[in-house]
Every structure is written in structure tokens, then in C-alpha cells.
Design a protein around this ligand. Structure first.
Ligand SMILES: *Cc1c(COP(=O)(O)O)cnc(C)c1O
Length: 355
């Protein structure tokens, strides 16, 4: 059966090794005679899966004992509210770095629980991540999947622990945990299936959270009970473990960053010299994971999307809120697929379509 190049922004392409192993594990997990979807979360087999996934996250990411590793059965959007619900009171202020659609949604949720202050904004076009920041209190920031921007390094100068929505780029390069209180990421971009998120948080930061919320609304419950207060997304935890094993097999995060830079550079190099297509993000803010670009005319955009589809390149249409095109080229996306896209762009620009 033929698989095609999947540029989807999420759920997104996963490594072939992971899909093959998951196929087997659905039938029979590690010779137990029971598949991963059917094992009790309290049994020793799943206990091993959970421990292995956490160990690999710590090893691959260099996550020390001062941080808790948690799996929350929800997407990244859940944390837009859960973070301020835990850490923001009516008389406190949270700083948000406004990088686009996701940070805007996160900031709106925070306003339900306390005061919000915009420390910096990429408005109106969100072509670059804000760098001149005016902090007031507890900061949060975000790498923007939709506009295709990325912080080359975490923002500096914050007076309080940083909170990061790392959904679009977690484990695409070495983790920069210093200065962070909490990082969350929906799994469906770089880690595994949808409906589960990874949270890495400083244990002392978690202690500042409210204690009068329902247990599943408090981060500390996940930290104190190894994400097992209730039935976790067992399959999600399994797949994340396989993805982390794949990352380790590839040579770890330094090697993945090298590959991701090389893949993104191929595409940006084409876009930079093209007269028909132009990249959206400013050079200093470009994402390695989500390359956003526009065609000079709507006709050219339609021609590109049709030609791409005809050649088995799927998922290039940009987010409905922004338009244009977006090529999501996460960790698992192969360099050959990026080369195929450059070829299609070149053919469309120079009028050599397959029709
Ligand atoms: C995809 C994405 C989200 C939304 O994730 P859900 O799992 O749909 O809640 C939030 N933030 C960022 C940065 C994303 O890329």
C-alpha cells in the first residue's frame, strides 16, 4: 500500500518505525498475549510502558529530577485555561507574548482568571516573534504553528518562570528548560496521537498552584500520582515512548535539529529566490517546523495545490484563519518530501505542470 507525503500541521506524520511497532503492539504487547489497547492501566505491562516513556523523555530531553513529567488526557488548548486556573489569581497579572492565533486564545482564557498584560506582540501580520518585551509578572509565550514563526531561543529578562506552549516544536531541537516553570505540548505535532499532552514542570513551581480545584484540574495531581489518578491515554503514552525511542535511535535532539535545519533551509532557499512564492515569516523568526508562504496570485496558489495533490503531496493548504500555504515538516517528515515540494514549486512557477 502506498503512503504519500503528508504536510499536515497535526495530527501529523509519524516515523515509519513507530507505526510498524504500534501495529504489532495493538495485536500483542511485548509477547504478553494482550494488545496495548486492551491492557489494564494498573497492570505491570502498562507500568513498564509508562516508566519507559518517562525515562526516555528524561534521557532524550535532559530533564532532571527537579522537573515532573506528566501526561494529561487533553490537547494543548486545555492548558490555555488550566495554566491560569492553577497559577493566576484575581489580583495577579500574567504576561503573554502574543505571537499569533494560539497565544491569542491562551491570553483570552487567562483573562477569565486574572489580569493579563501583553508583554510583546507580533501584530498585525505576525511575521516575527516579539523580541522587545515589557514584562510585568508571570510570563507565558508560544511558538506559533499557524503563522509559522518560532523563537530561536526562549525570551529573556522575564521576572517570573516562563510557561511555554511548545506544541509545534517540542523535541525538534535540544530542550531549553532553564527559566521555565512549565512547558506543555499537544502530542499530535511532534510526539504521537491527538488527545494527549506532555507537560514538563518544575516541582517547586507546581507547589505554587491552587489546592482547592478538583484533582484532575491540578497539575500536582498528575505529578504526585504519575499521571495515574484516573485511566490515562494508555495508547498515547505508548506511542510517545516509541517516538522518543526513534529520536534516540536517530542520534538524539542535536542530530534532529541538524536534520530539521537542513530540511527547512531547502524550502526557504527556494522561497527566497522565487518570484512566484514568498515566505510569510521574517528571516529571524522562521519556524523549522511550519513553513508558511503565499503565492503571488490566487490562480498560482490554486495551481500549486492542484499540482501537489496530483503528485501525492497532501495537506499544504494554510490554516483557515490565515490562508496561503503551510508545509508542516515536523521531525518525522522526510527530507525527500521537502525536495518533492521544491520540485513542484519550481514546476508550477515555471509553468511546467504535469497536465
Ligand atoms: C496545535 C496547537 C494547539 C492546539 O492543540 P489541540 O490539541 O487541538 O488543543 C495549541 N497550541 C499550539 C502552539 C499548537 O500548535
Amino acid at each position: 500500500m502506498k503512503r504519500i507525503y503528508n504536510f499536515s500541521s497535526g495530527p501529523a506524520a509519524l516515523p515509519e518505525q513507530v507505526l510498524r511497532r504500534a501495529q504489532e503492539a495493538i495485536w500483542d504487547l511485548d509477547g504478553s498475549g494482550i494488545g496495548i489497547l486492551e491492557h489494564s492501566h494498573r497492570g505491570k505491562e502498562f507500568g513498564r510502558v509508562l516508566a519507559r516513556t518517562e525515562r526516555l523523555i528524561r534521557e532524550v530531553g535532559g530533564v532532571g529530577d527537579d522537573f515532573a513529567v506528566m501526561f494529561v488526557t487533553a490537547g494543548a488548548t486545555h492548558h490555555f485555561a488550566m495554566v491560569p486556573e492553577n497559577f493566576l489569581g484575581p489580583d495577579t497579572t500574567a504576561d503573554y507574548v502574543h505571537t499569533g492565533v494560539w497565544s491569542g486564545k491562551a491570553r483570552d482564557e487567562a483573562a477569565r482568571y486574572g489580569r493579563v498584560h501583553t508583554a510583546g506582540t507580533g501584530e498585525p501580520a505576525f511575521t516575527r516573534v516579539p523580541t522587545t518585551l515589557e514584562w510585568s509578572a508571570t510570563p507565558a509565550y508560544c511558538n506559533e504553528t499557524i503563522y509559522g514563526t518560532q523563537f530561536s531561543a526562549p525570551p529573556t529578562g522575564a521576572p517570573a518562570p516562563l510557561v511555554c506552549d511548545a506544541s509545534s516544536d517540542i523535541f525538534s531541537r535540544p530542550l531549553a528548560l532553564a527559566g521555565h516553570g512549565l512547558i506543555y505540548a499537544g502530542a499530535q505535532k511532534n510526539l504521537g496521537p491527538s488527545g494527549i499532552s506532555l507537560v514538563i514542570a518544575r516541582k517547586d513551581f507546581l507547589e505554587r498552584g491552587r489546592r482547592d480545584l478538583p484533582p484532575l484540574a491540578q497539575y500536582r495531581t498528575y505529578a504526585n500520582e504519575q499521571s495515574m489518578h484516573n485511566t490515562p491515554n494508555t495508547f498515547g503514552v505508548y506511542v510517545i515512548g516509541e517516538v522518543l525511542q526513534w529520536i534516540a535511535d536517530q542520534g538524539g535532539l542535536v542530530e534532529l535539529e541538524r536534520r530539521n535545519q537542513a530540511k527547512a533551509a531547502l524550502l526557504y532557499a527556494y522561497l527566497d529566490q522565487s518570484t512566484a512564492f514568498r515566505p510569510h515569516a521574517a528571516t529571524d523568526s522562521r519556524s523549522m517546523m511550519n513553513v508558511t508562504f503565499r503565492a503571488a496570485t490566487p490562480a498560482l496558489e490554486a495551481a500549486l495545490l492542484a499540482e501537489a495533490e496530483a503528485r501525492g503531496l497532501s495537506g499544504l493548504k494554510g490554516h483557515r484563519s490565515v490562508g496561503g500555504m503551510r508545509a508542516s515538516i515536523y521531525n518525522a517528515f522526510p527530507e525527500a518530501g521537502v525536495k518533492a515540494l521544491v520540485e513542484v514549486l519550481d514546476h508550477v512557477e515555471h509553468g511546467r505542470t504535469s497536465k
